[in-house]
Write a protein that binds this ligand. Structure first.
Ligand SMILES: Cc1cc2nc3c(=O)[nH]c(=O)nc-3n(C[C@H](O)[C@H](O)[C@H](O)COP(=O)(O)OP(=O)(O)OC[C@H]3O[C@@H](n4cnc5c(N)ncnc54)[C@H](O)[C@@H]3O)c2cc1C
Ligand code: FES
Ligand code: FES
Length: 1339
C-alpha cells in the first residue's frame, strides 16, 4: 500500500505511481518505487498542483521552497543515473517514467539498515532527526552514483541540506567514512594522523592515556556493497527503451498538465497555448506559484522531449540543450575544460565557478539551463557570464527556427529581443574563448554556498594580440536592479585603452555612473552593492594583469606589489580532534553512564521511522486549520468579512475570538486579536477546512479593514524616544562607579548593536487536537518544550478542567526556546476549532508563517562606558542595555534579568553598573532563545574588552587575562564561586590552539597581504545554568517495571534532539543495574508526569535525571530483600518474585531541586545552581574587497565535569557553537518600513550550512571536576556553546581592525552584529568605498 502524508495507511512502505485521469489518454502510467520491496502504485486523478512531498511521510516538510533539503528523495529516470531532488518542488505529474526512492526505501530498522543510515546514526549525526532523512537521501544518492566519492563531492552533495542542531561536523564525519581520502585522521591538514604526531609538535593536543578521541568505532560499520542496491525497475527500463510518444494529460482541480511525447507536438501545443509556461525543474515557477500567487491554468511539460537534451561540441563552441539540468551542464563544462586548452575555456571556467555555489545539489539536479535563462532572475548567476560570453539562444516554433543573442536587451525583457509567445528555447550556444581573451565571474552572498548572491558579475576582456590594449570589453552585473544589467556604455568608452591604473580609475567612475542603483536595489544594501560593482572590477583588473604578465615580456606595468586575489576553495574539515575523558577503568562494562551512547532514536531518524507530530496518520474526520494574521503593525480592526472565505468548497468554519468559551489569552497578549492589532503577523482568526490547501486558499479571501493607529514603533531607538517599555528597569551595581571613573587613566565609550535571531527549528510549529466523545476530553499531540503549559492554556481557553486534557510529546524537531510559549497559543486556537466543529484539527505552520508569527531572539542595543588603567586593568564599567521585546511581555522581563545577571561574564571588575530594559514595539513578541540574553549581552562586555585593548595598544587576550576572575570570589550579585575550571579552560584553550604562535603567524600574514587579512580571537566564558526561581527547579519521573522485566521510564523532560531520553535511560540503567535494552521511553505526557517544567535553561537532564534516579532507587530498595535472598538470580526472576510477593513495581521519583532566588531590591541572591565554563579560539580570513570570510580553525575547551554522554554533550557544544556563529555572522532579519518581516525562509534568512563549518574544528572536554549538585557530577551544556560562536565574530573584527590600521582609519567603537559581508566590506574602507561615497555626494 502507498503511504501518504496524513493518511491512515502504513507508513513504512512507500510509494506511488499514477495514471492520468484524462479523457485524452487511456493507458495507465507506471511508476514510482521506493520501499525495500519495489512497488508500483497507480494513482488516478494526479493533480498537477500536488507535489511529491504532499504524498510522503519519512520525507520531511521544513520550508516548501527547495531551500533546506529536508524533503530530499532520489529520482532515477534511467539506469544508472540517479539524482537527488527536493520533493517539495517536484510535481507528481513530472514523475512519469521515473522511480522515486525515499528514505524508507533505503533501509529500515525492521529489515535491514543501509550503511548510510547506520553510519549517520552511529557517528552521532542526528539530534532532533528532522533533517536526517534528507541528509541520508543526499548521501545515498551520491553513493549510488559514486560508491567512493571524493570529499569535495561529499561537501557538494550535502551543501543543500540544512541542519539546525548538529553543527554538521558529525554528519560530515559519517559521510567521510565512505570517502576515498578518509584513511587516517589527517589532523590539521598535515595528512598525518594525530596519533602519529610527536610530543614536541606545537599543534599536538597533549594526549593522555585517560583520554579518548573517538566517539564511534569505524571498524564496526557494515561495509557498503553497491551490488546490494535496489535495481532499476524493469518496467521502467522497458519504458525508457520504448518511450511513450503520445501526449499525456493530467487534469487537476484548477490546472491541466500536458506532457507531449514528441518535439512536434510540443511546438503545436505551444502555438495553441502560447501563454502556458514550460515546466522543467519547477524551481522558478514552483516558488512563484507558492509564494507570489502566480497561477497558470495550463502547464506544458517537455520532460520527454529528447531534442531538448542534446549536447553537441564543435570546433568553435558548445551547444547545450535547454532541457539539460544545471548539474548536467556542470559535468559537460568540466569535461570540455579538461579537453581543451585553457585559452578556449575561459567562459566555461567562469560558469563552472558559479555552478559550484549556485543553490544546492538537489536544485542543480532539477533546474534546467533553459529555465534558468528564461526566468531572467536579477540574481541569476549564469546569465551575466553567458551574456559576456556572447552566447546565442536557438529558438524554435512551428514557424521554424531562429537565433537571438543572450544580450542585455534580452535580459531586460525587451519584446524585440525576446522569445515570441509560441517559441521555445531549444538550445544554447556558448562559443569558445580565444587567445588574449579573459573571462571571470564574481559573486558575493551572505554565505559562500547555497545562498542567493547579493551581487554577481560576468566580465570579459579581449586584447589586441600581443598587447595590453583593450579591443573588446563586456561587463554585466546581477543583483543590482530588476534585471541583469550590462555596463555596455562604460565598456565602449574603454575600448582602445591600456590595461593600467588610469584605465582602472576611469572604469570605476564610469561603472558607478552607469550601474546607478538609485537608492533602490532588490534587498537594499545599496552602498555595499555599489562598492561591490567596483571591487569586482578591481579584482578582474588584478586577475587579468597577472595573466598579461605571463604573456607579455617585459610587461609595461609593475605588478609585483599586487596580491593575487584567488578565490577560496572550501575544504572539508579534517577529522576533528575530539577529546573527552574516558570513564573510570573500574566502571562495569554494562554501566553506560559517561559513555558515548548513540541517540536512542538515531537509527529511526535515519530510516524515517521516527514519528514527528505531523507524521501521525490522518485521523477520522480530521480537518485542517490555517491562520489569518494582521497585515498592519498597529491598527484598529474596523471589520472582518468572512463571507467569501466561507464560500470556498471544503471550508467548514472560521474561528474568531467570539468562539472562545473561556479566556482569550491575557489582556495584553490575546490568542486571537479582538479590536486592535499590535504587530504584523498577529493572529486574528483561523480557517478550518477539509484540506490544508482549501484552508490556505480561504485565508486569502478574508477581508479585514483597519484604521491605522499611532505611534508605530519598530526599533529600540524609537522605543527609547517614546519611552515605550514593557517592564521596569533591572539594575545591578557594585563598588562606586562614579568615583572609580575619576581615578582611571582612560575612559572609552561605545555602542553595540546585536541583531535578532530566528529559531529556525527544522520542524515548524504544529499540533493535532483530537476531541473525544466523552466528558469533554481532548488529546493533544504537539511539538513543544512545555506540554504542561499547552495543557493549562487549552484548559483556560476552553474553560475545561486541566484533568480532561492530555498533551503528548513524542519528539520535537528542534526547539531552541521557540517552542516554550508559542505552542500553547497554537494548541489553544486549534482546540477552539476542535470544540466548535467537533472534529480533530491539524495545524501545521508554513515556514513563512512560522517566521512571521513567532518572534525570536531579542535584538539588543548596548551602551558602555569603561574606565581603565594604561596597563589594561579595568576599574569601572557601566553598561546599559535595551532589548526589543516586541508587542507583548512574553519572556522579555526574564530575558532582561538574565542578561543583567550574566553580563560580567568571566571578569572581576570592582566597580560595575549594569542596567537593562525591555522595549515595547510593534513587532511580533520576542521570546526565549538558547542562551536567554547571554549571547547578546555578553557581546557588549567583550566589545568593551576589545575597545580597552585598542586604547592600550595591547592584544585583547591580555586584557581578558588581566581582568578575569582568579580566585574564589563573589559575582556582582554576591554569589560565591570558584573560577578554577574557568582558568583551566582558558589556559587549555590557549595551549591546544597554539594561540600565541598563531597570533604571530596571523600578524605575518597581514603584513604581506593588503586585500586579505586574518584575525584570531580567544574568548572565555562563565555561563550560569538554570532558572532564577526555586519553583522551576523540580522534576518528577514515573518508572514501571513490568512482569517480564522490561521497564518503562517516563519523566518530565521533552526530547528536542538534545538526547535527554538517552541520558535518562543511561541513568536508569546504572541505578537499576540492568542493560539499556531492558528500558524504554515512549513519550512525554501530561497524563503520566503532571505539572512539568519547560525543558529549557540547560537543566533538563540534571533535574529529570535526579527524578529518574530517585524512582529507580525507590524500586531497587523494594527489590533489595528479594535480591539478597537470591543473589545469583536474574533480573526477571527477581521481578517475578516481587510480583508474587505483592511488591509494587511502579514508583514515582521526585527531585526537589535547587533553591534559587534573586532579590533585585538588594541586588543580591543565589540565582543559579552552578556555572559552565569554557573558552573558544577562532581564526578567520577576510576578503577586504567583498567582505566574505572563511573560517580557518576553531578550538573549544569546555568544562562538562563528568559528562553523562560525551557524544551528546559534544554534539550540544558544536551545534550551539555553529548556531552562535550564525547569530554573529550571517543571520539577519530584514523588515519592510511597514514592519513586515522580509526574511521568511531559507532564501532570505541564512543559517549556517555545511560549508560554514570551520576547516579545522577541535572540541575537548576538560578532564573531570566535580559538581555535587548534579546527577553524577555532570553539567548541562545545552546553551553555553552558543556564546562561543562569538569567537568567530571577534576574529572577524580582529581582521577588520588590522585592515583599518593599515589603511590608517580611525578606530570605531560602534560594534554591529552580525558581522555580515556588508559590514566587513564597508568597514574595510578603501579607495573604492571612497569612490562610492564621493559619487553619492556629487549625484
Ligand atoms: C532553493 C533555490 C536556490 C536557488 N539558488 C540560486 C542561486 O544561487 N543562483 C541562481 O542563479 N539561481 C538560483 N536559483 C534559481 C534557479 O537557478 C532557477 O530557478 C532555475 O534555473 C530555473 O530552472 P527550472 O528548470 O526549474 O525552470 P522552471 O521553473 O521549470 O521554469 C521557469 C521558466 O522558464 C520557462 N522555460 C523553461 N524552459 C524553457 C524553454 N526551453 N523554452 C522556453 N521557456 C522555458 C518556463 O516557461 C518558466 O516560465 C535557486 C532556486 C531555488 C529554488
Ligand atoms: S527543501 Fe523541501 S521542505 Fe525544504
Ligand atoms: S538534527 Fe538536523 S535539524 Fe535537528
Amino acid at each position: 500500500m502507498p503511504s501518504f502524508r496524513g493518511s491512515s495507511q502504513p507508513r513504512d512502505q512507500a510509494f506511488v505511481s499514477w495514471s492520468p485521469a484524462s479523457h485524452w489518454v487511456t493507458h495507465s502510467v507506471p511508476i514510482i518505487v521506493s520501499s525495500l520491496f519495489p512497488m508500483q502504485v497507480i494513482e488516478r486523478n494526479a493533480d498537477p498542483e500536488v507535489t511529491l512531498l504532499m504524498r510522503l511521510t519519512g520525507t520531511k516538510y521544513a520550508c516548501g521552497r527547495g531551500g533546506c533539503g529536508a524533503c530530499t528523495v532520489m529520482v532515477s529516470k534511467r539506469d544508472p543515473t540517479h539524482f537527488s531532488v527536493t520533493a517539495c518542488l517536484v510535481p507528481i505529474c513530472s514523475l512519469y517514467g521515473a522511480a522515486v526512492t525515499t528514505v524508507e526505501g533505503v533501509g529500515s530498522i525492521k529489515t535491514r539498515l543501509h550503511p548510510v543510515q547506520e553510519r549517520i546514526a552511529k557517528s552521532h549525526g542526528t539530534q532532533c532527526g528532522f533533517c536526517t532523512p534528507g541528509m541520508v537521501m543526499s548521501m545515498y544518492t551520491l553513493l549510488r552514483n559514486h560508491p567512493q566519492p571524493s570529499e569535495e563531492q561529499l561537501l557538494e552533495a550535502l551543501a543543500g541540506n540544512l541542519c539546525r542542531c548538529t553543527g554538521y561536523r558529525p554528519i560530515l564525519a559519517s559521510g567521510k567514512t565512505f570517502c576515498l581520502e578518509s584513511n587516517g585522521c589527517q589532523q590539521k591538514g598535515t595528512g598525518k594522523c594525530c596519533l602519529d604526531l610527536g610530543e614536541n609538535d606545537s599543534s599536538s593536543l597533549g594526549r593522555k592515556s585517560d583520554i579518548c578521541t573517538e566517539l564511534f568505532v569505524k571498524e564496526e560499520f557494515q561495509p557498503l556493497d553497491p551490488t546490494q542496491e535496489l535495481i532499476f525497475p524493469p518496467e521502467l527500463l522497458r519504458m525508457a527503451e520504448d518511450p511513450e510518444k503520445r501526449t499525456l494529460t493530467f487534469h487537476g482541480e484548477r490546472v491541466t498538465w500536458i506532457s507531449p511525447g514528441t518535439f512536434k507536438d510540443l511546438l503545436e501545443l505551444k502555438a495553441k497555448h502560447p501563454e502556458a509556461p514550460l515546466i522543467l525543474g519547477n524551481t522558478s515557477l514552483g516558488p512563484a506559484m507558492r509564494s507570489k500567487g502566480h497561477f497558470h491554468p495550463i502547464l506544458l511539460s517537455p520532460a520527454r522531449i529528447s531534442e531538448l537534451n542534446v549536447v553537441s561540441k564543435t570546433n568553435d563552441g558548445l551547444t547545450i540543450g535547454a532541457g539539460c539540468s544545471l548539474a548536467h551542464v556542470k559535468d559537460i563544462l568540466a569535461e570540455r575544460v579538461s579537453e581543451l586548452p585553457e585559452e578556449k575555456t575561459q567562459t566555461y571556467r567562469a560558469l563552472l565557478k558559479h555552478l559550484k555555489s549556485l543553490a544546492g545539489q538537489q536544485i542543480r539536479n532539477m533546474a534546467s539551463l533553459g529555465g534558468h535563462i528564461i526566468s531572467r532572475h536579477s540574481y541569476s548567476d549564469l546569465n551575466p557570464i553567458l551574456a559576456v560570453g556572447n552566447t546565442t539562444l536557438n529558438l524554435t516554433s512551428e514557424e521554424g527556427t531562429r537565433r537571438i543573442p543572450l544580450s542585455e536587451h534580452f535580459l531586460a525583457g525587451l519584446a524585440s529581443a525576446d522569445l515570441k509567445p509560441e517559441e521555445i528555447l531549444e538550445s544554447v550556444y556558448i562559443p569558445h574563448s580565444q587567445k588574449w581573451e579573459f573571462v571571470s565571474a564574481f559573486r558575493q552572498a551572505q554565505c559562500q554556498h547555497n545562498a542567493l548572491p547579493d551581487v554577481n558579475a560576468g566580465m570579459r576582456v579581449l586584447f589586441k594580440e600581443g598587447t595590453d590594449i583593450i579591443e573588446d570589453l563586456s561587463i554585466t552585473y546581477g543583483g543590482v536592479g530588476a534585471a541583469t544589467v550590462s555596463a555596455h556604455k562604460s565598456c565602449q568608452q574603454l575600448l582602445g585603452r591600456q590595461w593600467d591604473e588610469l584605465m582602472l580609475d576611469e572604469a570605476c567612475r564610469r561603472l558607478l555612473d552607469e550601474v546607478s542603483l538609485p537608492g533602490w536595489a532588490p534587498g537594499g544594501r545599496v552602498e555595499f552593492k555599489r562598492t561591490l560593482v567596483v571591487s569586482f572590477f578591481f579584482k578582474f583588473y588584478l586577475q587579468v594583469l597577472q595573466e598579461l604578465k605571463k604573456l607579455i615580456k617585459p610587461f609595461p606595468v609593475p605588478v609585483s606589489s599586487l596580491a593575487f586575489m584567488g578565490s577560496w576553495q572550501h575544504k572539508l574539515p579534517p577529522s576533528p580532534f575530539l577529546l573527552q575523558t574516558s570513564v573510570d577503568s573500574h566502571q562495569p562494562l554494562q554501566d553506560p553512564v559517561g559513555r558515548p551512547v548513540m541517540h536512542l532514536s538515531g537509527l529511526k531518524h535515519a530510516t524515517g521511522e521516527a514519528e514527528f507530530c505531523d507524521d501521525i496518520p490522518m485521523v477520522d474526520k480530521e480537518l485542517h486549520m490555517a491562520l489569518v494574521t494582521s497585515t498592519r503593525a498597529y491598527a484598529k480592526i474596523i471589520s472582518i468579512d468572512l463571507s467569501k472565505a466561507l464560500e470556498i468548497p471544503g471550508v467548514v468554519d472560521v474561528i474568531t475570538a467570539k468562539d472562545i468559551p473561556g479566556t482569550n489569552g491575557t489582556e495584553d497578549d490575546k490568542l486571537l486579536a479582538v479590536d486592535e492589532v499590535l504587530c504584523v503577523g498577529q493572529i486574528i482568526c483561523a480557517v478550518v477546512a477539509e484540506t490544508d490547501v482549501q484552508a490556505k486558499r480561504a485565508i486569502e479571501k478574508i477581508k479585514i479593514t483597519y484604521e491605522e493607529l499611532e505611534p508605530i514603533i519598530f526599533t529600540i531607538e524609537d522605543a527609547i524616544k517614546h519611552n515605550s517599555f514593557l517592564c521596569p528597569e533591572k539594575k545591578l551595581e557594585q563598588g562606586n562607579i562614579e568615583e572609580a571613573f575619576e581615578k582611571v587613566d582612560q575612559i572609552v565609550e561605545g555602542e553595540v548593536h546585536v541583531g535578532g535571531q530566528e529559531h529556525f527549528y527544522m520542524e515548524t510549529q504544529r499540533v493535532l487536537v483530537i476531541p473525544k466523545t466523552e466528558d469533554k476530553e481532548l488529546d493533544i499531540y504537539v511539538s513543544t518544550q512545555d506540554p504542561a503549559h499547552v495543557q493549562k492554556t487549552v484548559s483556560s481557553t476552553l474553560h475545561i478542567p486541566i484533568n480532561r486534557i492530555t498533551c503528548h510529546v513524542k519528539r520535537v524537531g528542534g526547539g531552541f526556546g521557540g517552542k516554550i510559549g508559542r505552542p500553547a497559543v497554537f494548541g489553544a486556537i486549534a482546540a477552539v476549532g476542535a470544540l466548535k466543529t467537533g472534529h480533530p484539527i491539524r495545524l501545521v505552520l508554513d515556514r513563512e508563517d512560522d517566521m512571521l508569527i513567532t518572534g525570536g531572539r531579542h535584538p539588543l542595543f548596548g551602551k558602555y562606558k569603561v574606565g581603565f588603567m594604561n596597563n589594561g586593568r579595568i576599574k569601572a564599567l557601566d553598561i546599559e542595555c535595551f532589548i526589543n521585546g516586541g508587542c507583548t511581555l512574553d519572556d522579555s522581563e526574564l530575558v532582561t534579568e538574565f542578561l543583567i545577571l550574566k553580563l560580567e561574564n568571566a571578569y572581576k571588575i570592582r566597580n560595575l553598573r549594569f542596567r537593562g530594559r525591555a522595549c515595547l514595539t510593534n513587532l511580533p513578541s520576542n521570546t526565549a532563545f538558547r542562551g536567554f540574553g547571554f549571547p547578546q549581552g555578553t557581546l557588549v562586555t567583550e566589545s568593551c574588552i576589545t575597545a580597552v585593548a585598542a586604547k592600550c595598544g595591547l592584544p585583547p587576550e591580555k586584557i581578558r587575562e588581566k581582568n578575569m576572575y582568579q580566585t574564589v570570589d563573589k559575582t556582582i550579585y554576591k554569589q560565591a564561586f570558584n573560577p578554577e575550571s574557568l582558568i583551566r579552560c582558558w589556559n587549555e584553550c590557549l595551549d591546544t590552539s597554539s594561540f600565541h604562535n598563531r597570533r604571530m603567524q596571523v600578524e605575518e600574514f597581514n603584513k604581506k597581504n593588503y586585500w586579505k587579512k586574518r584575525g584570531i580571537a580567544v574568548i572565555p566564558m562563565k555561563f550560569s545554568v538554570g532558572f532564577a526561581a526555586t519553583s522551576y527547579h523540580q522534576a518528577a519521573a514515573l518508572v514501571h517495571i513490568y512482569t517480564d522485566g522490561s521497564v518503562l521510564v517516563t519523566h518530565g523532560g521533552n526530547e528536542l534532539g538534545q538526547g535527554i531520553h538517552t541520558k535518562m535511560l543511561q541513568v536508569a540503567s546504572r541505578e537499576l543495574k540492568i542493560p539499556m535494552s531492558y528500558l524504554h521511553i515512549c513519550e512525554t505526557s501530561t497524563a503520566t508526569v503532571p505539572n512539568t517544567i519547560a525543558t529549557a535553561a540547560s537543566i533538563g537532564a540534571d533535574t529529570n535525571g535526579r527524578a529518574v534516579q530517585n524512582a529507580c532507587q525507590i524500586l531497587l530498595k523494594r527489590l533489595e530483600p528479594i535480591i539478597k535472598k537470591n543473589p545469583e538470580g536474574t533480573w526477571e526472576e527477581w521481578i517475578e518474585a516481587a510480583f508474587e510477593q505483592r511488591i509494587s513495581l511502579s514508583a514515582t521519583g521526585y527531585f526537589r531541586g535547587y533553591k534559587a532566588f534573586m532579590d533585585w531590591e538588594k541586588g543580591e541572591g543565589d540565582p543559579f545552581p552552578y556555572y559552565v565554563y569554557g573558552a573558544a579560539c577562532s581564526e578567520v580570513e577576510i576578503d577586504c574587497l567583498t567582505g566574505a570570510h572563511k573560517k580557518i580553525r576553531t578550538d573549544i575547551v569546555m568544562d562538562a565535569c563528568c559528562s553523562l554522554n560525551p557524544a551528546i554533550d559534544i554534539g550540544q557544544i558544536e551545534g550551539a557553537f555553529i548556531q552562535g556563529m550564525g547569530l554573529y555572522t550571517t543571520e539577519e532579519l530584514k523588515y519592510s518600513p511597514e514592519g513586515v518581516l522580509y526574511s521568511r525562509g531559507p532564501d532570505e534568512y541564512k543559517i549556517p550550512t555545511i560549508s560554514d563549518v570551520p576547516e579545522e574544528f577541535n572540541v575537548s572536554l576538560l578532564p573531570s571536576s566535580q559538581t555535587p549538585l548534579t546527577i553524577y557530577s555532570s553539567k548541562g551544556l545545552g546553551e553555553s556553546g552558543m556564546f562561543l560562536g562569538s569567537s568567530v565574530f571577534f576574529a572577524i573584527t580582529d581582521a577588520v581592525a588590522a585592515a583599518r590600521k593599515e589603511r590608517d582609519i580611525a578606530e570605531d567603537f560602534t560594534v554591529k552584529s552580525p558581522a555580515t559581508p556588508e559590514w566587513v566590506r564597508m568597514a574595510c574602507a578603501d579607495r573604492f568605498t571612497e569612490m562610492v561615497w564621493n559619487y553619492r555626494l556629487f549625484f
